[in-house]
Every structure is written in C-alpha cells, then in structure tokens.
Design a binder for this molecule. Structure first.
Ligand SMILES: Nc1ncnc2c1ncn2[C@@H]1O[C@H](COP(=O)(O)OP(=O)(O)OP(=O)(O)O)[C@@H](O)[C@H]1O
Length: 267
C-alpha cells in the first residue's frame, strides 16, 4: 500500500494525518492507546497467489491503531489497497501475516449495493437463513432461497431481501430477538439514514444511493462497533455524502461506541 493516509474526519477537529505504514517508508499510524482501539493492526500483509504459483504482495507491513467513537477516512489513489485493507478489517479476507484486532460486531458496506458480494459476507451478516426474523421473511422465501435461484452459489447481492424493512431486519436473524426489539431497531436505523418513509418499499424500486442507505441501516441495526464503508462517495450524490449522514448516525444513538471508516479515492 503506497501513499495512503488515514485521517480523522470529524468536522470540528483538525485532521491529524496518520500515514499507514507502507513498504519503503517509516510511518506508522498511532492514533491512541492500543487498549481502547476499535481497530488495531500491526505489520499486516496480504498477498494473492497467481495461477503461475507466484505470490504478489498487495499490502506490506501495514500498521494502524484507531479508537472507538470516531469517524476516520482512509485516503489513497486507485489500486493502492484501500478496499483490500477494509475487507481484511471486515473479516472478508484473511491477512497473510501480522496482528489484527477489530471490535465486534463489525459491518461492511460495499461500494456498489448492486454488485454481487462474497457468500462469506452473507454468512457473516446472517449465518442462519434469516427465517428466525419472525414476520420479516416473505412466505416460503428466505435469503438462501433468493441465492439459490441466482446464477452463482458463491455470490449474493448485498441488499438481499424484497423490501427495505425486511432487508434491514435481515442481519438480526442471527440474534434471538423479540419482534418488538427488531421493529424498534429497524425503525431507528432507517431514521438514522433518512429512509424511514421507505419501510415497505420494494428494494428494486430504490435508487443506488437509497440502496446504500439501506445497507448502512442494516449495519446500524446490528449495533455494530465498527462500521466499514467502502467508497460510498462514489455512489452517493453530494447531498448523500456520508459526512452529512454522520450527524444522523451519531444523533440516533446507534453509533455511540462505533468506529466508522470510509475509504475514499484521491485520484
Ligand atoms: N484478487 C486479486 N488478484 C490480483 N490482484 C488483486 C486482487 N485483489 C486486489 N488486487 C490488486 O491489489 C491492488 C489493490 O486493490 P484494491 O481494490 O484494494 O485498491 P483500492 O485502493 O481500493 O482501489 P480503488 O480506489 O481503485 O477502488 C490493485 O492493484 C489490485 O489490482
């Protein structure tokens, strides 16, 4: 990873620049005391293996330490490794080496809600088939059903349920939770992203930016401690920019102890 920085993106605070340690330079991000960190990684590396058998390093010796309750941005040019790092932090990729600690639960929202995402992500979001969310699964249908009917067994769409309400409630299937609690969490999370009036809307009628908000609401409903947002700004228009959503996210109380990280392209 080259020339990538992690900046604190809370409006009232002057950004302290923390450079992520990359191969060939000596910087290491040192945000605060490690024990209070929401995310802590030291000397993290990630390589991919090509068909020819050779390993190509994507991340080398990457270290950062970031506290809870703050909003940080990961900045860097195309191809420097932002998404890869975020996927490692989100548990979607396993690092090849180094130390990694991320508070749980953690949630990951992808760049484009219509892109197919790894099945590992869906299992992470809801390891059961979602039917434990009484009242939210359409009759005879569950997310595993929608995946089975799709062309690939390995991938699923990020927003997976037929309505906004069902999709935000989807990840709650992994908790044993009363229906009242589910309803309240879904309402609170949709309020936070300004989408409450879309509760019953079929997912396919939403715009890309609205789907992004629904995906964020799904993560918030699960009361995640770490929210990882991969280049949302490429999809949301100016009015939807995540730093404008931030006061809502914090104001609704679902993110009190949450750490948010957004990757953003510098080019
Ligand atoms: N599975 C893979 N196989 C081969 N190369 C990969 C793989 N995944 C990532 N890369 C390479 O690793 C580098 C970092 O990719 P990554 O998607 O993390 O970059 P990024 O900083 O998020 O880029 P962008 O801003 O364009 O989204 C790129 O050069 C990419 O081509």
């Amino acid at each position: 990873m080259n020339a990538t920085v992690v900046v604190r993106a809370t409006a009232a605070v002057q950004f302290p620049l923390h450079r992520v340690h990359s191969s060939g330079d000596n910087y290491t991000a040192t945000a605060t005391v490690a024990t209070t960190s929401a995310i802590e990684c030291r000397n993290l590396s990630y390589s991919v293996r090509f068909r020819q058998g050779n390993f190509v390093p994507i991340l080398t010796d990457c270290s950062l330490s970031i506290p809870s309750g703050q909003f940080w941005m990961l900045l860097g040019p195309n191809g420097c490794g932002k998404s890869t790092l975020l996927k490692i932090l989100g548990g979607l990729l396993n690092p090849s080496g180094g130390y990694l600690h991320v508070k749980k639960p953690r949630s990951f929202v992808f760049q484009n809600p219509d892109h197919r995402v790894p099945m590992k992500y869906m299992l992470h979001r809801c390891p059961s088939n979602g039917e434990s969310r009484a009242g939210y699964s359409p009759e005879g249908q569950s997310w595993s059903h929608s995946i089975r009917s799709s062309t690939s067994f390995a991938y699923a769409s990020q927003v997976v349920m037929p309505t906004v309400e069902a999709d935000v409630a989807f990840g709650l299937g992994k908790f044993s939770m009363a229906n009242d609690e589910i309803t309240s969490r879904v309402a609170k999370a949709l309020d936070a992203v300004g989408m409450h009036e879309y509760l019953q809307r079929p997912i396919q009628t939403l715009s890309g930016g609205q789907k992004q908000r629904v995906a964020i609401a799904g993560a918030l409903a699960e009361a995640c401690k770490v929210l990882l947002l991969d280049e949302l700004t490429s999809f949301l228009d100016e009015d939807d920019q995540v730093w404008l959503l931030l006061p809502f996210l914090i104001g609704c109380g679902v993110t009190e102890d949450c750490y948010l990280m957004v990757s953003h392209n510098l080019s």
